[in-house]
Ligand binder design. Structure first.
Ligand code: PLP
Length: 379
């Protein structure tokens, strides 16, 4: 981003909303510690900035070693768990050098740990597969894991047992209780702490709270459920995706709009061109009648979303003109709604925001300052 040039397309991130959502997670599970999941550039909100805002969390979680190193190089001192663990000796060394905590999910990792000279410096997150069938030791191997742990117990700096829920967003699915029971049956014979819950678990499955919760999506103020909104869950959306009108045109009946020309104007109307497209991460496949918000008024998108722009019908907002702000999602327009009308989930929309969209801090209301100036920071 070029300093002094206000980007027309940007993601406003509200730190007080992030902090509020972290408090909500703590309130849901008052006896648990919180690992705040900030993988994938903190779900599009900016890895380092979110780590700084959520430094009160008991730990942070990222997916890959590289993300952990970025955080340490930025001066983050909170505990950092790396959910994919390590593959080889070089990666394992990085856990020592950058004080990262690996998730252990396979025998290749146990073999490396058994021969490393600094096991006593490592905190291990031992992952059991209870039905997700992605990462983790599968049930027939649990005896072997039990033996390994018995042999090395207390030779490490710490160990926590964990598993991951596959269907916790479906409140009617009995698979979740099965996963929790399977995990508890095994870990009740172990002395170490435990961790099960993602956001859906935190919000709807008390039985999954255990010693550590691992909320991701809810921290960003987004509902993990298709039938419950963020506001029903007491969450505040942290991101507003914003752009501006770069052109307004008067169309006549018969005029077609955009690539392919599938949208044809039936009566004289005003068209607005918004500076955002799939090159920014706005979804290209949206249902007809998907809205954006201008001056608080929903206006429908018409024609195809192109790389850098999309077009809207300004009939409902006749005052709108070039330079006006357009909201693509956020407080006034839940991202969950857009996810539905583009047949996807909020996770992909958030992670799909591209690098050219600047992330900007929402100015916090400060009693000592009237300044509304927004501070633009590099991603
Ligand atoms: C991503 C992830 C989470 C967080 O999931 P949300 O649904 O975003 O709350 C928790 N645990 C693990 C292992 C994950 O990969």
């Amino acid at each position: 981003m070029i300093e002094g040039v206000s980007p027309s397309t940007r993601a406003l991130v509200d730190s007080s909303a992030l902090q509020h959502n972290l408090r909500q997670a703590r309130q849901q599970a008052p006896d648990s510690r919180v690992m705040a999941v900030i993988k994938a550039n903190a779900y599009g909100h900016g890895l380092v900035r979110v780590a700084r805002v959520l430094e009160d969390a008991d730990a942070l979680a990222v997916a890959r070693v590289k993300e952990g190193i970025v955080l340490r190089n930025a001066g983050i001192t909170t505990r950092i768990v790396v959910l994919q663990g390590f593959l080889d000796r070089d990666e394992l060394d990085a856990y020592l050098n950058f004080q990262l905590e690996p998730v252990i999910h396979g025998f290749h990792q146990l073999r490396l740990l058994a021969t490393c000279s600094y096991l006593d410096k490592l905190h291990l997150w031992m992952k059991l597969d209870t039905g997700m069938n992605r990462l983790g030791f599968r049930q027939p191997d649990w005896n072997a894991v039990h033996e390994w742990v018995g042999h090395y117990r207390d030779k490490w700096a710490g160990l926590t047992w964990m598993t991951h829920l596959a269907n916790a967003d479906d409140l009617a699915d009995a698979a979740t209780i099965k996963q929790i029971n399977l995990f508890n049956d095994f870990t009740s014979n172990q002395i170490e702490p435990t961790s099960i819950a993602n956001s859906a678990g935190v919000l709807s499955w008390k039985q999954s709270h255990a010693d550590w919760i691992r909320p991701g999506l809810m921290l960003y103020g987004v509902s993990p459920f298709t039938d419950r909104t963020a506001s029903e869950l007491g969450l505040h959306p942290a991101m507003t995706l914003q752009s501006r009108l770069v052109s307004c045109q008067q169309l006549q009946p018969g005029d077609s709009v955009g690539y392919g020309g599938d949208w044809v104007c039936h009566q004289s109307m005003r068209l607005g061109v918004v500076a955002i497209g799939y090159g920014d991460g706005y979804p290209r496949s949206i249902q007809a009648g998907t809205f954006v918000v201008i001056h608080g008024i929903p206006v429908p998108i018409i024609g195809r979303v192109s790389m850098d722009m999309l077009t809207v019908d300004l009939t409902a907002s006749p005052e709108a003109c070039e330079g006006d702000e357009v909201i693509l999602w956020g407080n006034q327009l839940p991202i969950e709604t857009l996810a539905k009308s583009s047949s996807t989930i909020p996770y992909t929309l958030l992670c799909g925001i591209t690098r050219r969209v600047g992330i900007v801090d929402v100015p916090q209301v400060d009693a000592n300052s009237e300044s509304k100036k927004q501070i633009v920071v590099e991603r």
